[in-house]
Ligand binder design. Structure first.
Ligand SMILES: Cc1cc2nc3c(=O)[nH]c(=O)nc-3n(C[C@H](O)[C@H](O)[C@H](O)COP(=O)(O)OP(=O)(O)OC[C@H]3O[C@@H](n4cnc5c(N)ncnc54)[C@H](O)[C@@H]3O)c2cc1C
Length: 464
């Protein structure tokens, strides 16, 4: 990091969106400095936890099967967001996924076909060989080869912005403050999901019991500074991607392997041993992202996913082994739940199950009758020992509150003018496309599309 130099493009953050922006700006011939607040071994933010990105394609293409049209992608997005999306920006994202794989490949990213347990997304999602960590490493290698400067352990703590024009950033590294001037800036520093105080301000004290699935470095500091500097915002601070994860997961950075995927094969009860939602409402990939919020609404923000021996082998096991017992009462004791309450919930559930032919690959006819809440598919009596339980907590993946951007990734100000030389990409603007809900793999689609746009536009602006 050369503090005496005025870079053309300063990139705030060091994940997927930041690197896509940095590489694109450098390829356009501009000088670029990436500021990553994590140390080198933790570089890459939430992007290093990812597995795939969702891509449109008109015919089978490298690892993607069949076809997934722009229209189908758009309709899927419309349905999960309930219309809370900006169609123009969403379609830009979707269209860019038709061609971005070639660019990614040119910068060292490799893809692999879906493996067992993820075959249901082989048509829509391209998996990264080696996961997000390999993708991030490939991008850093490519960026450095191109001559992008990278400064790790460097937190952006201040932005000098006046009238929508960026002048410099104040950063701290090794306890020493520096001021860095640049002609343009790309904000790609993630959401505020790891800022527990901000989560509590949005959700109330229940947020105390949330676990953060990704990086501890996405504290929303850059987002807050942009808001304070007059950025127009989009998104509800309580909206985000929130799934049910194993309650034994670490507070931060547990990643994908802590997700509990057996909910639709059994029942889920709360601290009182009571069921609270239809576990078989729809296919798990369409429902997993609602269970974090459901658990967040329960007493003490805890739930327990309970299955019997019949479910074993039918889901991807999380990293923690389940609690195991020979009877439901013993399982209750292992979970410190009231044994009478849990036994009564299980026997009422079992009595309500109507005969059907179980098929986890389709919306089958195994349902309960006369039970509230019902279980509408894959309902089978929980009667075959041993019995297993996973404790569940809400796991925040990322938040949707962000800055408004236009189709050139320019940050929009409160008076609806585009900022002069400030661009945004990735989680920090994902709320433009994702008002609520989630479509697996679209986080990386948004970051890749808008990262590249932001890098190109910043390069053009810096050269003007
Ligand atoms: C466990 C998990 C699995 C996921 N799986 C998928 C998946 O398979 N597919 C998918 O599409 N999405 C997935 N996501 C979501 C995906 O990670 C995000 O949508 C995407 O990575 C966002 O990229 P980004 O570059 O905006 O943010 P990030 O990759 O989080 O990068 C933000 C960067 O900003 C840095 N930073 C933050 N504050 C500062 C500051 N003040 N100064 C300097 N640097 C700062 C951070 O250190 C980090 O490097 C997953 C998320 C998690 C947590």
């Amino acid at each position: 990091m050369d503090t005496s130099r005025t870079y053309d493009v300063l990139v705030l953050g060091g994940g997927n969106a930041a690197l896509c922006a940095a590489i694109t700006a450098r390829e356009a011939g501009r000088s670029v400095l990436v500021l990553e607040c994590a140390p080198k071994h933790f570089r890459g933010g939430n992007s290093r936890h990812t597995r795939n990105l969702r891509c449109m394609h008109d015919a089978p293409a490298d690892v993607l099967t069949d076809a997934y049209s722009e229209e189908e992608y758009w309709q899927d997005l419309l349905s999960v967001t309930g219309g809370e999306t900006n169609e123009r920006l969403a379609r830009i994202t979707i269209r860019s996924t038709a061609s971005c794989r070639d660019w990614m490949h040119a910068h060292g990213v490799r893809f692999q076909p879906s493996l067992g347990g993820t075959l249901h997304v082989s048509r829509t999602n391209a998996f990264f060989l080696g996961g997000g960590k390999a993708l991030v490493n490939a991008y850093y290698r490519s960026a450095e080869r191109l001559g992008v400067d990278v400064s790790y352990d460097t937190e952006v703590i201040g932005l000098d912005i006046a009238g929508g024009r960026f002048r410099s950033a104040r950063v701290v590294r090794d306890g020493i403050e520096h001021v860095l001037s640049a002609r343009t800036v790309v904000a790609a520093a993630g959401g505020f999901e790891s800022n527990l105080e901000w989560l509590k301000a949005a959700w109330g004290p229940v947020a105390e019991n949330f676990l953060i699935r990704g990086t501890p470095y996405n504290t929303g500091r850059v987002l807050r500074m942009l808001m304070d500097a007059g950025a127009k915002t989009i998104g509800d601070p309580t909206q985000g991607h929130c799934v049910a994860i194993d309650a034994r997961a670490p507070k931060f950075d547990g990643g994908i392997c802590t997700r509990v995927d057996c909910v639709s094969l059994g029942i889920v009860v709360n601290r009182n041993g009571e069921r609270f939602y239809d576990e078989g409402e729809d296919f798990w990939p369409k429902r997993y992202a609602i269970w974090g919020r459901l658990v967040a609404a329960q007493p003490d923000q805890i739930g327990y996913s309970i299955i019997d021996a019949k479910a074993i082998g039918k889901f991807m096991p999380p990293v923690y082994p389940p609690l195991r017992a020979g009877s439901i009462r013993e399982l209750a004791a292992a979970l410190s739940l009231d044994a009478d309450a849990l036994a009564s919930t299980v026997s009422r559930f079992n009595a309500a199950v109507r005969p059907g032919s179980f098929d986890h690959t389709r919306l089958d006819d195994c349902a309960t009758e006369g039970l509230s809440p019902p279980k509408t598919h894959w309902a089978r009596p929980i009667d075959t020992p041993p019995f297993f339980a996973y404790p569940l907590r809400p796991g925040i993946t990322f938040t949707y509150l962000g800055v408004v951007v236009d189709e050139r990734a320019r940050m929009i100000l409160e008076d609806d003018r585009p900022a002069d030389n400030i661009f945004a990409a990735g989680e920090i603007m994902a709320g433009n496309v994702l008002g609520k809900g989630y479509l697996a793999g679209i986080g990386m689609s948004i970051g890749t599309a808008f990262g590249r746009i932001a890098g190109g536009e910043a390069a053009r602006r810096a050269a003007a």
